[in-house]
Design a binder for this molecule. Structure first.
Ligand code: ZN
Length: 82
C-alpha cells in the first residue's frame, strides 16, 4: 500500500524555495484543520516541524517528505491522541 494514511495530518509542499523552479521540493506534514483554515482565511499554515508556508501549491509527486516532519509525525500517538 503506497498511500500514506495520516489520521489528522496531510502533506503539503515547502513553498519557501525560490530557485525559479515552481515545483516544491519537499512535503511537510500539516494538520488538516490548519489547511482548511488557511483555505478560508488565506493565511500561512504551520507544519509539524514549525515550517510556515502558504497553501497555494500542489504537492509534486515523488517529492521527499521533510525529515523533521516525518520524525515528529512518527512520534505522535496513533489516532492523534485528541
Ligand atoms: Zn517539515
Amino acid at each position: 500500500m503506497a498511500t500514506q494514511v495520516l489520521p489528522d495530518t496531510d502533506t503539503r509542499p515547502d513553498a519557501t524555495d525560490s530557485t525559479g523552479d515552481d515545483s516544491p521540493k519537499m512535503f511537510h506534514y500539516v494538520k488538516k484543520s490548519k489547511i482548511a483554515e488557511s483555505a478560508v482565511l488565506g493565511n500561512m499554515v504551520v507544519a509539524l516541524c514549525g515550517e510556515t508556508f502558504p497553501v497555494t501549491r500542489s504537492p509534486k509527486p515523488g517529492s521527499p517528505v521533510c525529515p523533521d516532519c516525518k520524525k515528529i509525525y512518527e512520534s505522535l500517538p496513533p489516532g492523534g491522541g485528541s
